[in-house]
Design a protein around this ligand. Structure first.
Ligand code: ADP
Length: 421
């Protein structure tokens, strides 16, 4: 079974084609960029390309006025006979879409229907920058593959298990009741994936796992997982809150935006830009990539050192809070760009938990090994590469299989009906 995974942005579509017979395997991945703009192009890496010099894909410039044209361009590339990834478009059995915000409507992945599209549209006001492009991708998918089931996999769904006293803000309750103002949480696909992998590595069932999962990329969030379920998470109503990030502020006093408007004359409509794109590491030391910040700190740059101190402190503060909430985890799990690749950040964060018995094997930490726990550690420390696209492919294949099984059962029932006289 071939499954297409699409992650649509306003002017881009990231895609992967999976073969989901048995353990899913990625056949090709790439991106269509600058959709609707001058200079649009497709970049594709095919799993067979290293052995296949006639693969034309790598980089193709093309006119791509909209998302449907982008998907058609990807299909033409994947149909290339020399690669043999796809002989016919009807080999695609399902299309999985990453949808950032499912609000309170979705606790799991679903087949996309008109009702589901309406519900995703209802969440556009909560995440306009993400849900609007996802809908563009879904509509384009329907246009190019009218008869193929499409599935939505939500970043918020995993966090729908947060108890009410944790997802509510201490503000007038009408804000929640009338406007849906509450903590939703994000990166749920990643937190759920690494939590399940951690359970497997610890030799326990996911329903028994207590873990603190740290998704540390440009956007970062930390989740407390109890009995395999998300019970608290650092991002909130939007992906702006929580820990300090590459260019996002994370938590700050809620009065600050208003103060900046009245005292510093920053226009209200510029404040989201300032807090999303000019804050975090970048706000403190002008660099948002942790590799650059580490290099700066090594050279003795004071602002880079300060930014790193702040970053590590805020991560540790959330991990400490969730340690208490969980009554002690079984594991701390690191994932995403920084979590998977930056030993220095892991070492500095974990150092703060030495008094709770956490130890780290420095050699394994330096190699980004999967289990970096030290001798006699109180809690296992794991580094697990995330794979959100794989989860979307698995979820899509699972739902398509269920649809096929239901279709076969209906056909069986109908054939068992007595024939009309
Ligand atoms: P996002 O998906 O949120 O855009 P990523 O998960 O790619 O972000 O993480 C980006 C961050 O991870 C950057 O700060 C970068 O420094 C760091 N990072 C990514 N890859 C590596 C690597 N191979 N070595 C060191 N740091 C890395």
């Amino acid at each position: 079974m071939k499954v297409f995974v699409l992650n649509s942005g306003s002017s881009s579509i990231k895609f992967q084609l999976f073969d989901c017979v048995g353990a899913p395997a990625a056949l090709a991945k790439g991106v269509v960029e600058r959709i609707g703009l001058a200079g649009s192009r497709l970049t594709c890496a095919c799993s067979r390309a290293p052995h296949n010099p006639s693969c034309p894909a790598k980089r193709v410039a093309a006119d791509v006025p909209d998302h449907a044209t982008g998907i058609k361009l990807v299909c033409n590339c994947l149909l290339n006979k020399a690669c043999g990834l796809l002989d016919r478009l009807d080999e695609v059995a399902g299309i999985g879409h990453r949808v950032v915000h499912g609000g309170e409507s979705f606790t799991e992945s679903v087949r996309i229907t008109e009702v589901v599209i309406d519900a995703i549209e209802n969440c556009v006001k909560l995440a306009p920058l993400h849900n609007r492009p996802a809908l563009m991708g879904i509509r384009a998918g329907t246009e190019v593959f009218p008869n193929v089931p499409q599935v939505a996999v939500f970043d918020t769904a995993f966090h729908q298990t947060l108890p009410r006293h944790r997802y509510l803000y201490a503000a007038p309750l009408e804000f929640y009741e009338e406007y849906g103002v509450r903590k939703y949480g994000f990166h749920g696909i990643s937190h759920q994936y690494v939590a399940r992998k951690a359970a497997r590595l610890l030799g326990t069932g996911p329903e028994r796992l207590k873990a603190i999962t740290c998704h540390l990329g440009n956007g970062s969030s930390i989740t407390a997982v109890d009995s395999g379920k998300s019970v608290d998470t650092s991002m909130g109503f939007t992906p702006l809150s929580g820990v300090m990030m590459g260019s996002r502020s994370g938590d700050l006093d809620p009065y600050i935006p208003l103060f900046l408007h009245t005292e510093a004359g920053i226009e209200l409509n510029r404040i989201p830009e300032v807090l999303n794109k000019e804050s975090g590491l970048k706000g403190v030391c002008r660099l948002r990539d942790v590799r650059d910040v580490l290099a700066g700190a090594e050279r003795g740059d004071k602002q880079c050192r300060l930014a790193l101190d702040m970053f590590v402190y805020r991560l540790a503060a959330y991990i400490g809070a969730y340690w208490v909430i969980l009554g002690g985890p079984d594991a701390i799990v690191f994932t995403a760009g920084i979590g998977e690749n930056v030993p220095e950040v892991r070492r500095r964060v974990l150092e703060k938990f030495r008094f709770l018995g956490v130890t780290v094997d420095e050699a394994k930490n330096a190699e980004n090994a999967v289990d970096i726990s030290g001798k006699n550690t109180s809690v296992r420390v794991l580094v697990i590469p995330t794979n959100e696209e794989l989860v979307i492919a698995q979820e899509t294949a699972r739902i398509v299989d269920a649809l096929d099984a239901a279709g076969a059962a209906t056909r069986r029932d109908q054939s068992a009906l007595p024939r009309p006289p």
